[in-house]
Design a protein around this ligand. Structure first.
Ligand SMILES: NC(=O)c1ccc[n+]([C@@H]2O[C@H](COP(=O)([O-])OP(=O)(O)OC[C@H]3O[C@@H](n4cnc5c(N)ncnc54)[C@H](O)[C@@H]3O)[C@@H](O)[C@H]2O)c1
Ligand SMILES: O=C(O)C(=O)C[C@]1(C(=O)O)C=C[C@@H](O)C=C1
Length: 365
């Protein structure tokens, strides 16, 4: 692929454009808000001038409700279309595809796709070239899809260092209802309990609630669009969660009972939920889609000043230890926090000893 047109230069469009530009593709940037395209261009994602003729691939990265009309307009521009192939990156696939078909689009040059990577922030300034590295990128070809367009999509996925996954559009929508759309709502529901909560309670927020509510900071406008395009499958999963919730409430009420037998049942109910949670969590794939790996955490106290993280990673590198994952736990009301370095279990004692030797304070886990 030599040229690409990205329509919609927000978080996802600009991240794709940065990855493509970084690998030598000439990228044209377009947005209905020209300041977004200009910002993306200033970040090095490409040019905000219009291409003179058709490009190899047009990537439509606008909100789901605008995808069908945007694909149709791009295919029809100047009677010859703006590209050899068109793909969208929307979070829902079945409904938009049916609308694209209803608009009379050419289905041979269109392919619906969905990169399973994102963030809770929007816009070009939140974009990064490595957003998709090692992440699944769903492709939903049908018997009508041209091989050339599928190959262009595979090349795009490979240039973004993602992992292609081929799925049927409706199966995709049921899967993301489970692994993305319901989690978004549950995160929002937990965070919503804090809205009117007492300040004394809110001040106690620790890492657990921060983990559970990170995506509650997402843009409501984008999510209304996503959920409106996939309401049935999300309602099905949420209804199953609601049944579990009702049972969990009963178990907790039983635990309040004076009757021993009821308390035993209540404890068994709660234990059941927690254990099912353990086994569901254990199924989440590890880095780069590999089997889940149990890493050991080395927690190091760091102060909040420039260069601390760089220094700790350099010291881990000198010790010959590969840091597999990292998290930062900020201490309330202090200019300090703990950086949690996740490493292979055999590397944990080596890393702890090396960091202690270099003066770092290690917290026992
Ligand atoms: N945010 C995520 O985590 C994520 C992950 C994967 C896929 N997606 C999908 O990617 C798409 C873009 O999401 P985002 O997070 O980058 O949103 P964003 O809000 O950061 O960017 C969307 C951009 O599209 C522009 N736009 C809106 N309507 C347009 C139109 N008709 N023509 C041209 N430009 C238009 C907006 O001005 C904005 O710059 C959505 O379809 C979303 O479902 C999002
Ligand atoms: O990490 C996040 O912030 C996300 O929620 C990204 C996430 C997801 O649920 O995995 C959100 C919606 C997109 O359609 C794809 C990715």
């Amino acid at each position: 692929m030599r040229t690409a047109l990205v329509i919609g230069t927000g978080l996802i469009g600009t991240s794709i454009a940065l990855a493509l530009s970084g690998r030598g593709v000439r990228v044209y940037l377009e947005d209905h808000d020209p300041t977004q395209a200009r910002t993306a261009a200033s970040l090095g994602a490409g040019t905000d001038r219009s291409p003179e003729g058709p490009v190899d691939l047009a990537v439509v990265a606008v909100p789901p409700a605008h995808i069908p009309a945007t694909v149709a307009e791009a295919q029809r521009r100047d009677g010859r279309g703006r590209a050899r192939g068109y793909l969208d990156v929307g979070s829902v696939k079945g409904g938009p595809r049916r609308e694209i078909e209803a608009l009379g689009c050419d289905l041979s040059t269109y392919l619906g796709t969905h990169p399973m990577a994102g963030r809770e922030t929007s816009g070009p300034l939140a974009a990064t070239a490595d957003l998709f590295e090692g992440r699944p990128w769903v492709l939903t070809p049908t018997s009508e899809t041209d091989t050339e367009v599928l190959n262009l999509a595979l090349e795009l996925v490979s240039l973004c260092r993602a992992v292609p996954v081929v799925m049927d559009a409706d199966a995709h929508d049921r899967a993301v209802a489970l692994v993305s759309h319901t989690p978004q709502l549950l995160s929002s529901l937990v965070a919503a309990r804090l809205e009117g909560a007492d300040e004394t309670a809110v001040r106690l927020c620790g890492q657990g609630i921060r983990d559970v509510t990170r995506i509650a900071a997402s843009d409501p406008g984008m999510w209304i669009d996503i959920l409106s395009a996939n309401p049935g499958p999300v309602a099905d999963v949420l209804a199953a969660v609601a049944e579990d919730l009702a049972e969990t409430v009963s178990s907790l009420r039983a635990l309040q009972s004076a009757d021993d037998a009821k308390r035993t049942d209540g404890a068994a109910g709660i234990e059941g939920v927690l254990r099912r949670g353990n086994s569901g969590r254990a199924r989440i794939p590890g880095k780069h889609g590999q089997a889940p790996t149990a890493y050991e955490t080395v927690a190091v106290l760091i102060s909040d000043r420039p260069g601390e993280l760089a220094r700790i990673f350099a010291d881990a590198g000198h010790a010959g230890v590969n840091v597999e994952d990292v998290r930062i736990e900020h201490a309330t009301g202090q200019q300090a926090g703990h950086v949690q370095l996740m490493v292979e279990p055999s590397a944990a004692p080596v890393l702890s000893a090396a960091l202690r030797e270099r003066g770092w304070a290690i917290r026992q886990q």
